[in-house]
Design a protein around this ligand. Structure first.
Ligand SMILES: Nc1ncnc2c1ncn2[C@@H]1O[C@H](COP(=O)(O)OP(=O)(O)OC[C@H]2O[C@@H]([n+]3cccc(C(=O)O)c3)[C@H](O)[C@@H]2O)[C@@H](O)[C@H]1O
Ligand SMILES: Nc1ncnc2c1ncn2[C@@H]1O[C@H](COP(=O)(O)OP(=O)(O)OP(=O)(O)O)[C@@H](O)[C@H]1O
Ligand SMILES: NC(=O)CC[C@H](N)C(=O)O
Length: 602
């Protein structure tokens, strides 16, 4: 039985940075080769970044991507790394027109290349293009029709790409038919809570379906709203985990695997599996000449321990925030510290992501700010070591109200807007990125002031419901304590009753139901998409259902103007949940007919 030394390069990539990503890939191959690896597998679109969105449709980008792949192959050869095989995701184009999809020849494809000996040995274009949730791949790519099998060191290696695995009877079934001994799968699979468990089950199922070892390589890092969690895997056909990389950090996972020797005749053939147009999938076989090598001491794969839920969420938020700040070349962030839980958690995340020296917290007390709001903000600063300053806003608010007559809510909102203007001023002056502190519950019901506390460039907890904000704050503090460190979040920020402090004695509970009830209802409406009748049937109070759904529907315009932030849920506001802003549709009251209301009261 031949043994291959595999290296799974779980790397962070930057969208559009073709030269930088090629350097990152090269660096991973150098390290893998130094560890004696035969075959290095990199993530999906590792050369281009994921998702490239409309960049995929630009001719200039397509040409640059194709050139970058060829250049990478040559550089590998020139560096004496041509003997190490490399599978890497890149943007290709279809040689043929696809009339049934109305696409001309040359349309982009999401592909992977097998590099060896200083050149491209084989190419594979993704068969199944995800087009749901955060994915729009049918807009950008045409699917492939062929399966590439490369005979390398006596083993037939097949390739599939990410969504291909999520299909029963897809490329995994072709792999079995091709009698391949190894299936390598580059991925860009974004994080969602509990998705890693689903992925493990899926990879096991496909390894069984393919009848061979499956090497699943995911990318890691933040890209706008998406967070990639890594968690790359090598699984045997009987479901045994042979190796597993860490979550939320780069890793080069190296291991030796004994694989069946290739026996199939070396000629192209048609699979019995059919592709999108009913044509058979063509299995193309290529053999790669290799020189004998000594593997030396065997390398056993490590299996990283899996993070518990809160640690996972915290890790995703940190990686998302760090990725956004660093990849957009900010060196520091600024945020308003109210002494409340939301700003405290965002500050603690920022300190974990960037270091205390890069985080600037500002207390912006108004005439209504309580003493504890100022004290708790100062205590947070002292616990985390972030830069802290105070800018009283009362004189600015007074000057504003002296010039424009505003009363009631209009007057209250001026405080939030003066704070927003102050933070944007500090951003302009010092180059900090402003962090918005709104959580998912507030975003859902529109509980924030437009151009006020909703200002900012990035919103780290916009996909975290308020009840989970408290939970992760408690987890982070307990985690610090268990390591003998200072817990970052002041206890009173966790335990105090939430208040916007825009008028005397204001409480969130004046306008919103208890957050435990609200979050349960929002989860059912937003994430599970239940209608009002189903919500009432599930036990929610009919009046509450009507009120909350009205708030959620009416706040779409606010959400569209809210900064991006990391997705952690199955359905985030933004890419996952896209609704019209201008819309007369309202969920019918339970028992009512399904007609849209004649007048829409705001
Ligand atoms: N469809 C639409 N498309 C575009 N714009 C639309 C719009 N409908 C209203 N608007 C605009 O939006 C304005 C209303 O929105 P906005 O100015 O934000 O004001 P509004 O939503 O009326 O008030 C802000 C709410 O957020 C609460 N708040 C504020 C600050 C912090 C917190 C907290 O605890 O985190 C809570 C506050 O207590 C209040 O209930 C309208 O005056 C109009 O200009
Ligand atoms: N006194 C203040 N000083 C500085 N920033 C403030 C102050 N009050 C509000 N902010 C900013 O506005 C955001 C919205 O705060 P607000 O107190 O209105 O409600 P919240 O959503 O409960 O947030 P938090 O839990 O952080 O208090 C805060 O997170 C903070 O960034
Ligand atoms: N890039 C992809 O094809 C991702 C789709 C896949 N279902 C995932 O999230 O893992």
């Amino acid at each position: 039985m031949p043994t291959l030394r595999l290296a799974l390069a779980q790397i962070d990539i930057v969208v559009g940075d073709l030269a930088g990503n090629a350097d990152r890939a090269l660096d991973a191959v150098r390290r893998a080769a130094a560890a004696g690896a035969d075959l290095v597998v990199l993530p999906e679109l590792a050369l281009d970044g994921y998702p490239v969105e409309d960049l995929a449709l630009r001719r200039s980008f397509q040409r640059a991507s194709a050139a970058a792949l060829e250049e990478l192959a040559v550089r590998l050869g020139d560096e004496g790394l041509g003997g190490t095989a490399v599978v890497i995701g890149y943007l290709d184009h279809s040689p043929d027109a696809v009339p049934e999809l109305g696409k001309p020849a040359g349309w982009p494809q999401n592909a992977a290349a097998f590099l060896h000996g200083g050149g491209v040995v084989a190419r594979y274009a993704k068969h199944h293009l995800p087009n749901y949730g955060v994915f729009d791949e049918a807009r950008y790519f045409v699917p492939g029709l062929a399966s590439a099998v490369v005979r390398f060191r006596g083993v037939d290696v097949a390739i599939a790409i990410c969504e291909d695995l999520w299909q029963e009877g897809g490329p995994a079934a072709v792999t079995r038919e091709a009698r391949a001994g190894l299936l390598v799968v580059p991925n860009a699979s974004p994080y969602e809570r509990n998705k890693d468990d689903a992925r493990l089950a899926l990879v096991r199922k496909r390894a069984a379906e393919a009848g061979c070892v499956l090497a699943y390589v995911n990318t890691v890092g933040g890209q706008d709203e998406l967070v990639f969690d890594g968690d790359s895997l090598v699984v045997a056909p009987d479901g045994e985990i042979l190796a597993r990389a860490a979550q939320f950090r780069e890793e080069l996972l190296v291991l030796d695997v004994d694989l069946p020797a290739a026996t199939a005749p070396l000629r192209d053939e048609d699979s019995t599996q059919t592709a999108r147009d009913g044509r058979r999938v063509r299995i193309t076989r290529t053999a790669v000449p290799t020189a004998p090598r000594e593997l030396g001491e065997p390398v056993t794969g490590t299996v990283a321990e899996h993070l518990p839920d809160c640690a996972e969420v915290w890790g995703a938020l940190v990686v998302g925030l760090r990725g956004y700040v660093q990849k957009n070349r900010f060196r520091s962030v600024v945020l308003g510290l109210s002494g409340g839980i939301d700003s405290a958690v965002v500050a603690a995340l920022a300190v974990d992501a960037l270091g205390a020296d890069a985080v600037h917290g500002v207390s912006l007390p108004s005439g209504y700010s309580s003493a504890h709001s100022k004290d708790d903000a100062a205590e947070l600063a002292q616990r985390t070591g972030l830069h802290f300053s105070t800018v009283p806003i009362a004189p600015m608010v007074e000057a504003f109200l002296g010039s424009v007559e505003l009363t009631g809510l209009a007057e209250e909102n001026v405080q939030a807007r003066v704070r927003g203007t102050t933070l944007m001023g500090l951003s302009n002056q010092h180059g900090h990125l402003v962090l918005a502190t709104g959580n998912k519950s507030e975003l859902a019901v529109g509980y924030s002031t437009l151009y006020g506390d909703a200002v900012g460039g990035y919103a780290p907890i916009k996909d975290v419901p308020k009840t989970l904000v408290w939970e992760i704050a408690r987890w982070r503090n307990a985690d610090a304590e268990s390591r003998g460190e200072t817990p970052p979040v002041p206890e009173s920020s966790i335990t105090k009753e939430p208040s916007a402090e825009l008028r005397p004695d204001q409480r969130d509970s004046d306008s919103l139901p208890d957050y435990a009830v609200l979050d349960a209802l929002l989860d059912a409406y937003v994430e599970q998409d239940l209608g009002s009748a189903d919500l009432v049937a599930a036990g929610f109070d009919p009046e509450l259902v009507e009120r909350v759904l009205r708030m959620v529907d009416a706040a779409e315009y606010k959400r569209r103007q809210y900064p991006p932030g990391p997705k952690i849920s199955v359905r985030n506001f933004g890419r996952d949940r896209r609704l019209p802003i201008t819309s007369r549709w309202r969920e019918p009251a339970p028992g009512a007919s399904h007609e849209a209301p004649k007048e829409v009261a705001r």
